[in-house]
Design a binder for this molecule. Structure first.
Ligand code: NAP
Length: 296
């Protein structure tokens, strides 16, 4: 069945990105948007590849940046460009004030630049309708990493999940479904009660130090320094830590190395392990946001 042409008449720019943005561009074009692209290997009806970022921005009503946005040097995240252009005020001045700029995560320098140019940031990863489905490839990817590194099965392993938000809940549920002895560690009594109601062991952070002796694997989802030297010192040296929290993660990685504990920061798992799914998650949400922000 052909897709409903809900974005007909709308022109958007998609700059940089990876396989997720390729899927997103195809879906946006499929529902009638004219999509100007820069740095993406995607062709088709309604898709206009642009050789320069400037040309990509002219005449568009919204800009979509890659999920990771830009790096500290303000370079556009891109899997396909050898030379990554910098996103600066001059480039963004090509967009009229008030233009929505959709991005997975807007770090402080990008947020400040968008504000300076009177553009409207929309952080997609902040939205539950993106973050919750995205937690599925994140959790699957984290389990995959653990399976590749552990000498034991997930089944029967003593696993801890730190944090019980959108990622932590899916992570703990997946581990439990795989018959790991799963303990959730959180600070919010309501989250602990929910974990307990789901049949998981629940532990307040205050109690954590007393429960570290038999841990095989820790999955951290808390973007704060929660796996400190004190915690690390009490862990068996064979414990594996998969840290999913956004950079720099929640682990004292230097201390872990000193103690011979394997700790791995695991950013951007959905884009790595399931780019098609991750692109579809964006494609389900972005048309609605565009209609809401721009309408016609
Ligand atoms: P979320 O829904 O906000 O959940 C965050 C959890 O961390 C909550 O349980 C929260 O508890 C807890 N927390 C935050 N600060 C804390 C602190 N100082 N001490 C103790 N607990 C604290 O966030 P999310 O969507 O699950 O994302 C979690 C992290 O994973 C983010 O950094 C996100 O960028 C990252 N992420 C990574 C990947 C990947 O591929 N690696 C994929 C998706 C997300 P309270 O409610 O008590 O604050």
């Amino acid at each position: 069945m052909p897709a409903m042409q809900i974005l007909t008449g709308l022109t958007v720019a998609v700059m940089g990105g990876d396989a997720r943005e390729v899927t997103l561009v195809e879906c946006l074009a499929d529902v009638g948007a004219t999509v100007k692209t820069f740095g993406l290997p995607v062709k088709g009806p309604n898709i206009i590849p642009c050789p320069e970022p400037e040309g990509c921005l002219i005449g568009v009503q919204a800009l979509i940046l890659p999920v990771p946005g830009v790096n500290e040097q303000m370079e556009l995240s891109s899997a396909y460009l050898k030379t990554k252009p910098k996103i600066n005020g001059e480039l963004l001045s090509l967009l009229p004030a008030g233009t929505p700029v959709l991005v997975g995560v807007a770090r402080k320098p990008l947020r400040e630049l968008l504000e300076k140019n009177a553009l409207e940031p929309v952080e997609l990863m902040e939205l539950d309708e993106v973050a919750i489905p995205n937690s599925i490839p994140s959790a699957e990817g984290a389990v995959q990493m653990a399976m590749e590194r552990l000498p034991i099965t997930i089944h029967g392993a003593n696993a801890m999940v730190l944090g019980f938000g959108r990622t932590g809940q899916t992570m703990a549920q997946l581990l439990s479904n795989m018959h790991a002895n799963t303990t959730v560690v959180a600070r919010d009594p309501a989250q602990l009660a929910r974990a307990s109601a789901m049949g998981l062991k629940a532990l307040h952070f205050k109690e954590l130090v007393d429960y570290l002796r038999d841990v095989d694997v820790i999955f951290n989802t808390i973007p704060a320094p929660v796996i400190s030297g004190e915690i690390l010192q009490r862990l068996p040296s064979a414990t594996l830590i998969i840290d999913l929290a956004s950079a720099p993660g929640g682990t004292d990685f230097l201390k872990a190395r000193e103690l011979g504990i394997e700790a791995v920061l695991a950013p951007g798992l959905p884009g790595k392990v399931a780019p098609k799914t991750a692109g579809m998650i964006l494609a389900r949400v972005v048309p609605g946001i565009l209609l809401q922000k721009i309408g016609h």
